[in-house]
Design a protein around this ligand. Structure first.
Ligand SMILES: [Zn+2]
Ligand SMILES: [Zn+2]
Length: 237
């Protein structure tokens, strides 16, 4: 259901294709026909852990997952990060909040069956530091989580895990510093809800360290299985 302000927003800010940012005609919101020709959805065979596409059919896991222990049980992503890096940048930093509707719908369409098969009791968006949410006006992962939750009828727990301070940009840190920095960044709030299986939602999966940090926190509190879904993922090395 559109709220009045959303309708007004649509009139003032016409629907754009999130991939190329061109205005799409009428109410036909989505990825435009030109971009549909080139955009790639992560195809089979996929790593059984992180869902990255792998080249060799015979392998079960990608090189990254072969070398690294993950706390989450499994996950999947929709697009190759490279293909929509600019789109995600605009989505996060250039106020293109409306992309969430298209991205969310694509995730439901392509990952919905997978998500349903996990029988998760909760969807948890990767939190942002609250000052960042205020500045940006939204958390890009929460917007996706809400569309998934509403469409697939899974409760979204947006305040179960919170980010407690503004962590340094991850790209400036080495892997060990990254993990230490991240460990301190998330707090699990007590809410009295007993959950067994949950799905973490994020916009980008890179090394998986963010998802793993949150997964570890959840496992320590008795949650049995943690999965993730992401809008985009890197390619296997
Ligand atoms: Zn386009
Ligand atoms: Zn993998």
């Amino acid at each position: 259901m559109y709220k009045f302000l959303d309708v007004l927003g649509d009139l003032l800010f016409p629907a754009r294709c999130p991939v190329c940012d061109n205005v799409v005609p009428g109410w036909d919101e989505g990825i435009c026909s030109e971009c549909l020709k080139s955009i790639r959805y992560v195809e089979l065979p996929r790593c059984l852990k992180c869902g990255k596409h792998i080249e060799e059919e015979a392998k079960e896991f990608c090189t990254d997952c072969d070398e690294r222990k993950h706390y989450y049980k499994q996950g999947r992503a929709l697009f190759y990060y490279k293909d929509i890096a600019k789109a995600i940048y605009r989505y996060k930093y250039k106020g293109r909040k409306a992309y969430a509707r298209v991205f969310g719908r694509e995730m439901v369409y392509f990952l919905g069956d997978y998500i349903n098969s996990l029988r998760a009791e909760a969807i948890i968006p990767v939190p942002l530091y609250k000052r960042k949410v205020r500045r940006r006006g939204y958390n890009q992962a929460t917007l996706l989580a809400k569309i998934l939750g509403e469409t697939l009828n899974i409760p979204v727990y947006e305040n179960l895990v919170i980010r407690n301070r503004n962590t340094k940009p991850l790209k400036l840190l080495n892997p060990e510093e990254r993990l230490n920095n991240l460990k301190k960044a998330f707090i699990l709030m007590e809410n009295g809800v007993k959950l067994k299986r949950v799905i973490i939602v994020d916009d980008i999966y890179t090394t998986g360290s963010t998802i793993d940090t949150i997964a570890k926190l959840l496992l320590e509190r008795g949650i049995e299985e943690v999965y993730f879904v992401a809008l985009a993922i890197g390619e296997s090395t």
